[in-house]
Structures are given as C-alpha cells and as structure tokens.
Design a protein around this ligand. Structure first.
Ligand code: ADP
Ligand code: MG
Length: 699
C-alpha cells in the first residue's frame, strides 16, 4: 500500500487504512474531525486519568467527590413504573462494594458493563439502603478480565479522548498507538528553529507523543502549550499581515448624518430608547461617519433591544443612498425582523425585502430588486451569501447572532461589495483575547441596560421527582391562554437519544397530560421548512405546547409564551440555559422558568443551576460560564470560527497568546511577505493553513 503514495505523504493516509480502523470506524472518526493519520495524532485528549491516585472505598465518605478503579461484580437492568429502565452496576475494590446507578442510559451500556471488567469511575459518593452508591458516574472501561498485558495497561497516565457513539476509549487508545508506531517518523516540524529555541519548546514529534503517552501531567501540559502557541502564532501572523496590507483607514464609506429618516423612526417608536441604546447608536454613527471601515460588535443581553439599534444604522446607510443588509441564522428570525421592520417603516418611502433560502415563486424578482438597488434594506438568512445574489452600493452589513455563523460566512457577506461597514450582534460577551484572535481589531459596544418595566423571569430549580407539580403550574398558565416550551437536552452527544427523550416526553404530555391542548414536537433532524411551519403555528398561537430538542434556542420572540421547562437542566451550559430562558419573559406578563434537575448533581452542575436561579444578568452568567467551561465550549468551535484553536484555551492561555502575538507581529512587520530564508518554513505552513482565510479577511 505504501508504495502507491508519494514520500512524505504517508502521514496523510486516510485513517481507514490504519490497523484496527476500517471503513465503518473511519466514518465515526470523521465525526471527530479525524480523516487521516495525522488528524488522529493531533486529536488532543480531553483529559487524563491518573492511575497513581487510587483511594480504597473504606477511606471514603458519603458526599465525597471521588475517582477510583474497581472491578465490576454484577450488572442489573430493571424497568421502573414509568417505563424507564434503571441500570445498576455493582463494583468492588476487593474489599468493599459500591453500586453505580444510571436512571437513563444508552442501550450500548449493557454491552460495556460485564462482570470481571476493570472500570474507572468518578462521581459523588452517596448511600442508599446502607449501601454505598454513585449515581451517573463518569466512567472509563479500563480493560476486560482476560485481556493480555498491553502497552496501556502499565501506563500511569491514560489519555481520555473525545468520543462519538460507537467508539470507545479502549479502541481510541489502540489506534492512536498504532498510528504512532507506524508513522511517528513522518511527523514534520511546524515552527521555525529560532522560535523553538527562544521558548524552549519540544520538537513537534516529541510534543505529539508527549500529548498521548505522557507519564506525568506536567509533560502533557508542556506539549499542549507548544501547540497552543502554534495555533496562536499562525493566527497572529494573519492578523499582522492584515494590519500591513489592509489599512482600513480611508477605505471606508464616509456617511453623512442628516437625521431625516432616523428622526422619523424615532417618532414612530412606541417606547423611549434606553440610554445604553442611545449611546451605542452614537458610537455606531461616529464609526459610519468616519472614513475608516467600521468593524463593530454590539453586545447586549437577550432582550436588551439590539435589533432597533441596527435599524437606525441601516437607515443612516439608506439615507446616504446605500443599501443595508442583515443576515440572521434562521428563517424564523429573519422573518421576525422583516415583520418588525416593515411595520416600523410603514409610512416611510423605503423598500424592505426578505430573501429566503430554497426556490420559490418571486425569488428571481427579489434578486433583481436587490441587484438594482430598488431594495434598500435586505433581510435574509444564508440565502444572502449565495453567489447569484448581487448587491447595489451595499454600505452596511449586519450579522445577527453572529456566533452562529462561521468566519467564512460573515466574510462572504462582507465581500459582496467593496468595504461596507460591518456590524455584528451578539448576546454573548466576547473576551478581548477572543476578539483579537477571531476578528483582529474589533471595536465593541455594549448595551448594558434592559428596557424598563421588564419583569424578570422567575426561575425555579425542581427535582424530577417534583415534575408533577411543575406540570400543574404549567397547566395554570395554559388556562390563562399562555403557551409553554419544554426543552430536552442532547444526551451523550447523540441527537438520536435526545430525540428519544423528547419523543417520550412529547408522547407523555400529549397523550397523558395536556390532552385538550395542541402539543407539537420540533427537533434538529427535521427539514427546515417543517421546523419553520411548526414555529409559525406556535407564534400564531395554534400550538400551545412546544416540545423540542435544543433547536429553539436563538432569538425567537413569542411574547405569549410564558413558561419554559428545561428537562435535565444540569446537562446544559449556562449560556445555553440563559438563551433558552430568554425565550420567555418577552411580553408584559410574568414568565416562569423551571429547571428540572435529575440527581445526582455534580458540584459544577449544582453551581450552574444555582447561578441561574439567582441571576438573570446575561453578563454575569456569561462570565461565570467562561470561567466554568472555557470559550470553545461556550462559543462552539464550528460556529465561532475557532476550529483552529483545538489546543489553546482563549481564557487561560492569554499569556501564550501575548507571546505569540509579539513574535508574529515582530516577524511580519519586518518581513511582510515572509520571503527571508529563515521564514521559509513559516511561510509554507502559514500559507497552507491560512491562505484561504487570509483572502477572506482582506476585503
Ligand atoms: P435582542 O437584543 O435580544 O435581539 P430585541 O431587539 O429582539 O432583543 O428586543 C426585544 C424586545 O424589546 C422587542 O420586542 C423590542 O421591540 C423591545 N424593545 C427594544 N428596545 C426597547 C426599549 N427601549 N423599550 C421598550 N422595549 C424595547
Ligand atoms: Mg436579537
């Protein structure tokens, strides 16, 4: 097989051909972004298990958060009254027994747990009927009884990889080892010598091996720091080149502020703008009226009124004879903005259009109006960035819920015309370091004030055992003609299982509880048009109860919905809980949020839920979230354009970022084209990683 490939390319061999993988597993690995052998080598362990610390059960007390290795002695799965199955797994450390309990679990667990298997578990120790118990522990199958002594069995530190359904830690460890034993000598260096020496970084090949096979966490850390630096370094080379080659000065449109349309809009508003909104509008106008291309992020909590602020900016563009476009992540949202804007601009001579995805009657005509400039305000989804959509004097681009779009998508809209001003909206505060890495030089405005007279949503954490009382509270709201959301989380990274849970809840609510109301189910696997249809009916009040997986999280505004019930709230991140809760409390009525928790709660989950019941301030919540989970989790790797930051933690690694930034800017300012001999490697690596991205940001 080897001889068919070019030398040096072997490390790019599709992972399918690696010993122990094959076609089926290759498809599963692809879900983790692993396509070839090198990808596998670069798959950074999520965490490591230490074999050195292994307490015996007799030393431990109820309430302790513990991790230990033990052997499975028995397995028992029995159904309960509500049709759910409980899984009990007895383990012992040779002296004392402990029961691990799962109140819901994927069927695959039944195959995993076998008497005689050695398992690592981690969780809070509790007691039930005088027997030690651990509910929903984290676990790793270490090895089966009769498995022969292998490499991993003797290691002090075990890597724990990100998984997807159908892959196990054991398998991952085996194939990672296989990858290195065959291809390690093919790993090439990515950083110039002078950088390695300056920071005493290990060579790339050593660092990769340390990452997987370290015997001490310090070594694994050292390796990770090298890779974090590498990621920062190349991204900063890009921003440094951006600074050199794309001086935004004098490239922007200089709008003039003759407040004709904007005053007319102000007079049409049924409410007074908050002083935060007024300040942000001033900041935006100042940017737009300067000759520098605007690149500004507006941050404001869910419901703080970002939309109206952008409408003022769009009108400024329009009264200067330019077009303004707004892109939203879902059709539901785009439609919502469209209805809003047409109503507000009713009596003004402004043409607002909505461009949706797919083919439909009248679309060609809409595109003509956009291309001719007849359409002055253009709203839409990803449909706006299709190749055949042309603009006419596009002066302002607004991206709503910007973290929902990739860098490329944002850039594609921005490059529809030359140097339009750019406005990004986000409900999630972005730390400065993140802004610097993802957006280069980005200005930030904050709407740090809520419109007056908002009743804050009353939030309650309820145990699932009290679910019935929650249902009767929901019933009371329904009797007042209000509507309710029920949301189920993703389980074990599997949309399929989430759907099972949502489906079960849906059947239960529809057939057993709310039989006289219209209950519908919406989930991520449905076609867009079906989702939109259900949302439309919910908005119109034709559906009273909407059961969903997490598809309804952003932006949707249904003021008549006053109840949000979140199942397994302990499994959600804070930002997501806040977004979900933000779906209610949008009207004048008191709204309620029930966070249903299933025991046991990890200390982190407990902290999250308690923050949710204490605070309704999105900034406080977001800060906590970043602290608890880190930005990759908070912003999502794909959407935020962070895929290249697989090692770097944008909150914790700020010092590394600063180093990388200084190095990168130093190099580029002195040799912008990277033509010098000592920059040759750097130039090649940079171009291979960033060539496409760079083309995108130099609009
Ligand atoms: P978000 O910032 O989450 O995008 P929206 O822009 O959708 O929030 O605004 C939420 C709701 O608040 C809308 O119904 C909007 O009309 C209303 N709103 C915006 N500004 C004010 C204000 N100053 N006073 C009262 N209501 C406002
Ligand atoms: Mg919004």
């Amino acid at each position: 097989m080897e001889k068919h490939r070019q030398p040096g390319q072997a490390i790019q061999t599709p992972v399918m051909y690696l010993k122990g993988v094959g076609e089926h597993r290759a498809r599963l690995l692809a879900k983790l972004g692993v396509h070839n052998v090198l990808d596998l080598m670069e798959l950074f362990p999520r965490t490591y298990l230490s074999r050195l610390v292994n307490p015996t059960l007799s030393e431990l007390q109820v309430g302790d958060l513990v991790s230990l290795t033990a052997e499975i002695s028995w397995v028992d799965a029995k159904p309960t009254a509500r049709g759910k199955k409980i899984l009990n797994v007895g383990v012992n450390d040779g002296m004392i027994g402990l029961t691990c309990v799962w109140f819901s679990y994927p069927p695959a667990y039944l195959k995993l747990f076998k008497p005689g298997t050695t398992i690592w578990i981690s969780g809070t120790l509790s007691a039930y009927n005088n027997q030690l118990q651990m509910n929903h522990p984290d676990f790793e199958i270490l090895y089966q009884d009769h498995e022969e002594e292998g490499f991993w069995k003797t290691r002090q530190l075990l890597p724990v990889y990100p998984l997807t359904e159908g892959l196990s830690q054991n398998l991952m460890r085996k194939i990672v080892l296989n990858a290195f034993s065959t291809y390690a000598d093919q790993i090439s260096e990515n950083l110039p010598d002078f950088i390695l020496q300056k920071h005493q970084f290990p060579p790339r090949r050593d660092a990769l091996q340390m990452m997987h096979f370290a015997q001490k966490t310090e070594a694994a850390d050292k390796a990770r720091i090298r890779f974090a630096y590498e990621e920062f370094f190349y991204s900063q080379i890009m921003w440094a080149r951006h600074r050199v080659f794309h001086d935004k000065k004098e490239q922007g449109i200089t709008f003039e502020n003759h407040p004709r349309l904007t005053t007319a809009l102000k007079n049409k508003l049924t409410f007074e703008l908050t002083s935060a909104q007024k300040r942000v509008i001033r900041e935006i106008f100042a940017d737009m009226c300067s000759d520098t291309q605007m690149s500004r992020l507006v941050q404001g909590d869910v419901g703080s009124g970002k939309t109206i602020v952008t409408l003022f900016a769009m009108l400024l563009a329009v009264e200067n004879g330019y077009q303004a476009a707004l892109m939203a992540p879902t059709e539901i949202l785009a439609e919502q903005h469209y209805q809003n804007f047409t109503k507000l601009l009713e009596s003004l001579p402004i043409r607002v259009v909505l461009l949706k995805g797919g083919n439909y009657k009248g679309k060609a005509e809409l595109k003509n109006q956009i291309a001719s400039g007849e359409a002055q305000i253009v709203l839409g989804t990803h449909a706006l960035i299709q190749k055949d959509v042309m603009f006419h004097r596009l002066g302002l681009v607004v991206v709503d819920e910007q973290h929902r779009f990739g860098v490329e998508q944002r850039a594609r809209l921005a490059s529809k015309d030359s140097h339009p001003d750019l406005l990004y909206l986000s409900a999630t505060p972005i730390p400065r370091s993140l802004a610097m890495t993802v957006y280069g030089d980005l200005q930030v405005s904050q709407i740090d004030e809520m419109p007056p007279n908002r009743k804050s949503v009353l939030s309650y954490v309820r145990s699932d055992r009290k679910f019935d009382t929650v249902l009767s509270d929901v019933q009371k709201e329904l009797q007042k003609d209000r509507q309710a959301y029920f949301v189920c989380p993703l389980v074990e990274e599997s949309e399929k299982l989430a759907l099972l849970d949502a489906q079960r809840l849906f059947d239960y609510l529809k057939n057993k509880i709310f039989t006289s109301y219209t209950v519908e189910l919406i989930h991520g696997r449905m076609a867009n048009k079906d989702k939109d249809e259900i949302m439309r009916r919910f908005k119109a009040g034709e559906i009273q109860i909407l059961v969903s997986t997490t598809v309804i999280e952003v932006g949707v505004d249904v003021p008549n919905a006053t109840v949000m019930v979140i199942e397994h709230a302990e499994r959600f991140g804070l930002a997501q809980l806040h977004q979900l809760r933000g779906r209610v409390g949008r009207g004048a009525d008191q709204a309620y949020c029930y966070l249903i928790s299933h025991h046991p709660l990890s200390s982190m989950a407990r902290e999250r839920l308690s923050i949710m019941s204490r605070s309704t301030d999105g900034f406080v919540i977001a800060e906590k979230d970043l602290e608890l989970r880190g930005p990759g989790e908070v912003f999502g790797y794909e959407q935020s354009g962070l895929p290249e930051f697989r090692f770097a933690n944008l909150v914790q690694d700020q010092a590394i970022l600063t180093l990388a930034r200084e190095d990168a800017f130093g190099i580029v300012l002195q040799d912008p084209q990277l033509m010098q001999d000592e920059h040759k490697l750097l130039r090649n690596i940079y171009l291979s990683k960033y060539h496409k991205r760079e083309a995108l940001i130099l609009y």
